[in-house]
Design a protein around this ligand. Structure first.
Ligand SMILES: [Mg+2]
Length: 304
């Protein structure tokens, strides 16, 4: 399986164009998510006291962790390590979907990651009635806290520096944060402009943490892994680049094969895709267009 490095058609630095996913590729978003719900706890504490606030926080974390572990399952056996298994995950999806009938209708798919919905579900479960204002305040506090405590991975900062030394462009492509608005009837609506603006604010803060980039493209409303999500990013990147980008000299880096890499690799002809998984030390050459590694600096071995 393991193709040899020498068989790869290496991309030249001087032609290289770099595309990166952000969350869990450049920054430790999901690692700090459980701590960021401290923001939700603080907001609920002011209104409902310590015990209820802690219960809401823990329940939101449970929903998020179940969503994340279900999302990361790669095969049937993978469900064994998900608490409650496939059934629990599917129940969660169904419940989340029930809160957003107009979104499904208008945009064709539900938003899985809305922290607003997780907060509402946690409140319902605990028998607390919440206003849209409270939900929005709690989720704002969550994202502010997350932006404050998230950090960029050292290997990511190092690679970004290296790319900038070579004076090559860096384009970031990121999913929507699905910042939904609760309505008085308890259902949620989606305004892509609002959601995108909030994500942009959050990502701009990463510049201070060593993530330098040319431009950012966000998955509102078309999101990964849809081809339109990547087409939009490439179009924006080409405008910034000043000419059309040769995708065979482009590199896409992400932490999810199906979310970040499959479409660029299999449908769009990217020269190289890089799957990062920092849970175990490794460098695997999957084929002439893909490497898997725990350290992004390994990518420089494939550029000449
Ligand atoms: Mg990611």
């Amino acid at each position: 399986m393991n193709a040899r490095i020498s068989e790869m058609d290496k991309i030249k630095w001087e032609n290289s164009v770099w595309f990166f996913d952000i969350d869990d590729t450049l920054s430790d978003t999901s690692d700090v998510s459980s701590d960021a719900t401290e923001g939700i706890r603080r907001v609920f504490k002011n209104k409902y006291g310590d015990d209820t606030a802690l219960a809401v926080k823990n329940q939101v974390n449970a929903y998020y962790n179940l969503m994340l572990s279900g999302y990361r399952v790669k095969n049937e056996k993978g469900w064994e390590s998900v608490e409650g298994g496939k059934e629990a995950f599917q129940n969660l999806l169904q419940t989340v979907e029930k809160f957003q009938p107009s979104i499904v209708k208008e945009f064709g798919a539900m938003k899985k990651w809305s922290r607003e919905i997780f907060v509402k579900m946690a409140s319902d479960r605990l028998g607390i009635s919440v206003t849209p204002e409270l939900v929005h305040e709690a989720v704002d506090a969550y994202w502010v806290e997350l932006s404050r405590i998230t950090s960029a991975y050292p290997d990511a900062v190092e690679l970004i520096k290296e790319i900038k030394i070579h004076n090559r462009p860096i384009y970031l492509l990121t999913s929507s944060d699905a910042r939904l608005k609760m309505q008085p009837d308890g259902k949620f609506i989606y305004d892509p402009v609002y959601s995108e603006a909030l994500k942009r604010e959050r990502i701009e803060l990463l510049r201070e943490k060593g993530i330098d980039f040319n431009i950012l493209s966000i998955g509102d409303p078309e999101d990964k892994p849809h081809r339109d999500f990547f087409e939009k990013a490439i179009k924006k990147a080409s405008e910034e680049y000043g000419s059309s980008i040769d995708l065979s000299n482009s590199i896409m880096v992400g932490d999810s094969f199906s979310g970040d890499l499959q479409t660029p690799k299999e449908q769009m002809g990217f020269g190289l895709v890089v799957l990062v998984d920092r849970t175990k030390p490794h460098l695997e050459v999957i084929d002439e267009h893909q490497i898997n590694t725990d350290n992004l600096m390994q990518v420089t071995k494939f550029i000449i």
